[in-house]
Design a protein around this ligand. Structure first.
Ligand code: C2O
Ligand code: CU
Ligand code: CU
Length: 496
């Protein structure tokens, strides 16, 4: 069994009440379907792909010995179908809502016009559909899509409305990183179950939701049969409230060093070596791990338990297992990770003047706000109006509440400049690339620099603890272009 080399442990753990799961590391990691376009049109050098996705209820047999779990997800799978889109191929995805609640779909990490960004109140009611258009002009990166409906984003994501969307490009392909079966997306989430095997609701506690059953690609504690060679693993934290501190442990419990090669906005300039990787809700990290010295052994992906803000339960220190075989069937793309991965990161122009300070805090009655303003405050929720094409320095402050706040800003990529006020600075892999989520722990002040370039319009920014988001820790900013024409931004453009 795994023993973490280092603390801090939060004690023995307890159960949140899910039935005991007796199949740990016995069920294979699900590799979900890849979305297939219904139509591909080539016109004037452009390629446009049409997809259709139905939000619909389905059941999943999670506990083999109990009744099924009821979910509602994209095309009846959780996670939803995986999109793999070459950069510049445009997509139009028709989402048809045959679920039980209204829905808004957000492509997290994309340069999407605000009309298709999944604005929380721009919802498809049950029975309605909407076509979302994505230019996919971003460089290669691991992004994801999930529901964003006003007030029930956490519920919808928890019951299955979340999926992986990978943009590829030729610069990345040329690097010879592990690909095909050796490139695996791992979506992390935590859930709770009732005694009948169905899901327990994530709602009821406005501070956090922590499950006691850790899932990867919606399977509790799975295993993946791997070959003794290098793998590219793409981690997505799709949990509502749980960050993970991931490590790979050999059968003796020793941690295996690995390389972090990219994050939210794609590949780093150079790989970062580490023994563990902190990933918070909404964040993505890509790593290369080398199983070549572990033929015939089991490698466990563990979660080094956090102290203080995160409620831990029995077995939440384990995530999944890699069962390493004895033979490599394909040794291509198995060389050393290139020391230069990406020479084209678009770092924002340096700036030292703080343009905006945002306090992430808890008000009375467990209402979470940014600068005291919650999302239902329609006339005041636009908290910044950066001009399109400008760079701004934002100071994000954790000013209260017993929980962590991973702050997500739509549309832009952020350079994490500094983290003060707490016990840690900026982690090397946070600084190595541009991010769209940054974790704020209690007392911390984080400065981020962002170029407001890709689009203009009104976009949300919010805490990606989805329990906080639904409890209104969300506001908006308006990337202004029309301001020059004299419109009143607040009233004319409060909603896209
Ligand atoms: Cu991943 Cu506004 O969300
Ligand atoms: Cu987003
Ligand atoms: Cu929060």
């Amino acid at each position: 069994q795994v023993s973490a080399q280092q603390g801090p442990w939060r004690g023995a753990g307890q159960s949140a009440g899910s039935p005991a799961y007796n199949y740990m590391f016995q069920m294979p990691l699900p590799i979900g379907p890849v979305a297939e376009p219904e139509l591909t049109v080539n016109v004037n050098g452009r390629t446009v792909q049409y997809y259709s996705v139905t939000i619909e209820p389905f059941t999943q047999q999670v506990y083999p010995n109990l009744g099924p779990a009821h979910l509602t997800g994209y095309n009846g799978t959780a996670p939803g179908p995986t999109f793999k889109i070459p950069r510049g191929t445009e997509t139009i995805i028709r989402y048809l809502n045959r679920g039980e609640l209204s829905a808004a779909v957000h492509l997290h990490g994309s340069y999407t016009h605000s009309v298709w960004d999944g604005w929380a109140s721009d919802e498809m009611q049950v029975g309605q559909w909407k076509d979302y258009y994505y230019p996919n002009s971003e460089t290669a990166r691991p992004i994801w899509y999930h529901d964003h409906a006003d007030g029930h984003t956490a519920t919808d994501a928890y019951y299955g409305q979340a999926g992986v969307y990978i943009i590829t490009d030729s610069a990345e392909d040329a690097l010879g990183l592990p690909s095909g079966d050796y490139d695996v997306a791992l979506a992390l989430s935590d859930k709770r179950y009732q005694s009948n095997g169905d899901l327990a609701s994530p709602n009821g506690n406005p501070i956090n939701f922590f499950g006691d059953v850790i899932h990867v690609n919606d399977q509790p504690w799975p295993y993946l049969a791997v070959e003794p060679r290098k793998y590219r693993l793409r981690f997505f934290d799709m949990s509502l409230s749980r960050p993970y501190d991931l490590y790979f442990a050999d059968p003796s419990g020793n941690w295996i060093p690995f390389q972090v090669i990219g994050s939210d906005s794609g590949l780093f300039g150079a790989p970062v070596s580490t023994n563990n990787l902190l990933i918070a809700m909404g964040e993505r990290y890509e790593v290369v791990v080398d199983f070549s010295s572990y033929a015939g052994k089991n490698i466990t992906l563990g979660n080094n338990l956090q102290q203080g803000q995160i409620q831990e339960y029995d077995n939440t220190n384990k995530v999944m297992r890699f069962v390493v075989g004895n033979r490599v069937s394909d040794s291509s793309n198995n060389g050393a990770v290139p020391s230069v991965l990406n020479a084209n990161i678009e770092w924002p122009t340096p700036r030292t003047t703080v343009d905006h300070t945002f306090n992430f805090q808890m008000g009375g009655d467990s209402v979470w706000t940014i600068n005291g303003i919650d999302f239902s405050n329609v006339n005041n929720r636009i908290l910044a109006k950066p001009q399109q094409g400008s760079t701004q320095l934002w100071e994000l402050r954790h000013t209260g509440g017993p929980a962590v706040h991973p702050v997500h800003v739509h549309l832009v990529n952020m350079q994490i400049i500094s983290r003060t006020g707490g016990s840690r600075g900026v982690l090397p892999y946070e600084a190595a690339g541009l991010k769209d989520v940054v974790l704020l722990e209690p007392g911390e002040v984080v400065r981020v620099l962002a170029f407001f370039g890709p689009e203009n319009g009104v976009y949300m920014f919010h805490c990606h603890n989805l329990i906080h988001e639904d409890n209104t820790m969300m506001d908006a900013f308006n990337v202004t272009y029309l301001q020059a024409l004299g419109y009143n931004q607040t009233t004319d453009f409060a909603d896209p």
